[in-house]
Write a protein that binds this ligand. Structure first.
Ligand code: MF3
Ligand code: CO
Ligand code: CO
Length: 263
């Protein structure tokens, strides 16, 4: 059955996986500074996930389709105009003024926790700070729609309305997704749409919300590595992601970090 509600034991495992994924983002912040390479960040996260958390990094060797080579690293690192799925590289040295998304997915006891966060390398421009802040607000606006009986379209509508009000654009090629024993499951959570459209949310289902918001136009281009998506106009892009559970009266954010004050 597509996106069947999860049993209480499964939800408990999702809570554990979510908390552990969040802890990777809490750990890595101090390492994000000028001069570090995205490959070094990958190694630190990989070792923490495997050795300290006793988890599996879900991106490593992951593929969505036969045309796509397996993802070669354990996290995604998307810098500046990279929209998502940036591949960590020893050649990518972070410099002052860069903005970076780190996307972490861990598997614990067979269940996935998926979350991402933006980081500043030194001081960021006014535009970059505003884009990053508005994108996080878009995530929160989307999550606030979540409750039994709400439609998937309500989430997308709330996200795109907030982005548009700030004259930013919403990427359409990638979406949030059901998550559990599978990394990417139904339902698809579009980050744009109309109120009342799409699937109806039910208590006990789990999915991600992960808006990608661009400073310029919404269009993206795929690099020849078949993973890295960049903005066509090479302007900045930002993304934040949480894994959420639909509860009896709303939502629970399974990947909440201690630094976050939700609402
Ligand atoms: N974590 C990403 C998401 O939010 C997916 C990354 S797939 C990978 O869905 F293979 F690039 F890691
Ligand atoms: Co995701
Ligand atoms: Co992710």
């Amino acid at each position: 059955m597509p996106f069947a509600p999860k049993r209480p034991e499964e939800i408990d495992r999702m809570r554990v996986a979510g908390r552990l994924a969040a802890s990777v983002l809490e750990m890595i912040g101090d390492h994000v500074r000028p001069g570090v390479t995205t490959d070094e960040l990958d190694r630190i996260c990989h070792d923490y996930i495997v050795d300290d958390l006793d988890c599996v990094p879900a991106p490593l060797h992951y593929t969505n389709s036969p045309e796509q080579p397996p993802f070669p690293k354990s996290i995604c690192t998307s810098v500046n105009h990279v929209v998502c799925h940036g591949i960590p590289s020893p050649k990518k040295v972070l410099k002052r003024g860069d903005v970076l998304n780190i996307d972490v997915t861990v598997i614990k006891d067979g269940y996935h926790g998926d979350t991402s966060k933006m980081f500043f390398v030194g001081n960021a421009s006014v535009l970059a700070r505003r884009l990053v802040e508005v994108t996080q607000e878009c995530l929160y606006e989307g999550i606030r729609q979540v409750r039994p009986g709400a439609h998937v379209g309500d989430i997308g509508y709330a996200i795109s309305r907030h982005a548009r009000a700030n004259r930013f654009s919403v990427v359409r090629e990638f979406c949030g997704h059901g998550i559990g024993e599978l990394f990417h499951d139904d339902p698809q959570i579009l980050h744009y749409g109309k109120r009342g459209d799409g699937d109806v949310l039910e208590e006990g289902i789990t999915f991600t919300v992960e808006p990608m918001i661009n400073a310029g136009r919404r269009h993206v281009k795929m690099l020849p590595d078949k993973w890295t998506a960049v903005t066509k106009d090479h302007k900045l892009s930002a993304q934040w992601e949480h894994t959420v559970l639909v509860t009896a009266d709303g939502y629970e954010v399974l990947t909440l970090r201690t630094e976050e004050k939700f609402e």
